[in-house]
Design a protein around this ligand. Sequence first.
Ligand code: N01
Length: 547
Amino acid sequence: MNTQHSEPEMLDALIIGAGFSGLYQLYCLQEKLGLKVKVLEAGDGVGGTWYWNSYPGARCDSESHVYCYTFSKELTEEWNWSERYPGPAEIVSYLNHVTDRFDLRKSIEFDTRVAAARFNEQDNYWDIEIDAGQHYRARYLITAVGCLSSANVPEIDGLNDFAGEWYHTGQWPKEGVQFEGKRVGQIGTGSTGIQAAPVIAQTAQHLTVFQRTANYSIPARNHILNAKDRHSHKLNAATTRELTRNNSNGHGWLISKRKALKTSADERASIYEKAWQTGGLKFRASFSDLLISEEANATAAAFIKRKIHQLVDDPETASTLADIDHPYAAKRPPIDTHYFETYNRDNVTLVDLRKTPISKITKDGMLCHGMDNTGQHIETHHELDILVFATGYDAITGTLLRMDIRGRNDLTLSDAWSAGPRNHLGLQVAGFPNLFMVTGPGSPSVLTNMPAAIEQHVEWISDCIAYMVEQNHTTIESPEPSVESWVNEANAEADKTLLPKVKHSWYLGANIPGKPRMFMPYTGGLDKYRAICQKAADNNYQGFDIS
Ligand code: N01
């Protein structure tokens, strides 16, 4: 680490990232506790995930009236969402409003990427280095880097030879991309690809979607909110807040207590139909046993597969789309706006990569190889002007590991996590004192409505730092036995569900070659998790070493 620069500025806390997490963390530490705090942000504006993800069709899958902060009644009262599900521009505009309303901008350094952070064991502070070589010192280092911020561009032979334009959805150019008159190829049919394809197809000359794994999707049924909707959201804001803070998923609804397997086939079908018509992630909450029992899950899967066959005109395309190899919602369930119907357009083609895998990218397209139904060898060259990678992220840990973070004895985070991202309560890693992760591995994070999980984490971290200051303590860290115990508890929770059984899932890190496999999000629910964290705090941070 370069240490030749002038004496670094000493801070109480340094926060990495100016998305939902970083902004609220700044507010709590600076405005409420009066600490000296700085946020470093790689982008040139606030927004985090939503700053980078402005791809066509991008839209949040939490409903807008819960995809927001709840800490300020005035903020809730004055902000008006325009649609059921907000898009990136509106979310970024909301976060800009929050930044200015609470006077946070003065403490944020934009265009500033953290390169390295090292714990100084002698004086108990973090030494943080940014790309330009400048240093900061901070007692506490808080990563608020988001769970889906490290774009994954798979290594496919020939990409450098491609003469057209190519983009990853998670690094979408701010000026947008013109698809008119262009032959576009899209790799990936996760939540992102399912949102992007219908919008790209509207203007592209032709869209070819390359599908490796078929996916479920439920209609989002997005709509413009009218004055009555908004009035009702505001009127019920306090109740909604209680609900989002005290249920397992952080959304504005509860998971049904009914079991699919204890419900008659007719009634089950009518419950699924109602949920399909209502749209959104709530479909997943139709029954309590969907993520626990394969048999129960199969009833939801069969319902959605039938819908795919009804929505898609060409039977072969419908079969390829409905040939789904995992239980519903055991991978992150997408919601869409006319995704399956998009394949009825004349300018859209689906390529089944299971039958004809990509062999390479060429100067002007993509070459796929395989066997047809009769066992004949086939080779198809798809001519393309633009290639869109909707290929996901090195999720949850990618951005943390990209920085060179070193704790005690020069231990690197990647060494500490060589067997997977082991941690205590999803908040701390053994050997890394005074480092807190907001919505990192081991916490409910991506299994919930994110702002609810973020508020819980930020408030816990802020209370903890307030306690440290009051008690005149300088270090808090998680010893290995606490880590061991939390890893076991989190694994035991995961094993109660179908989620870890899907081997090719980004929840497990399986989408990134060489990434250690460990089920990353905590599946026990936000309510249970909140109670566990609170109990530790109430018992003078039991399980943590404080000095
Ligand atoms: O990424 P993904 P995503 N060759 O990893 C395919 C959140 N999100 O960006 O399944 C061919 O889910 C890959 O295929 P396979 C949400 O949490 C939220 O879509 O690995 N294909 C898959 O189809 C979500 O879960 C919102 O076989 C390749 C796709 O690319 C998370 O972000 C919106 C490939 C990647 O799917 C990530 O979603 C969007 C290769 N070499 C996203 N490599 C909302 O809030 C990868 N693929 C609404």
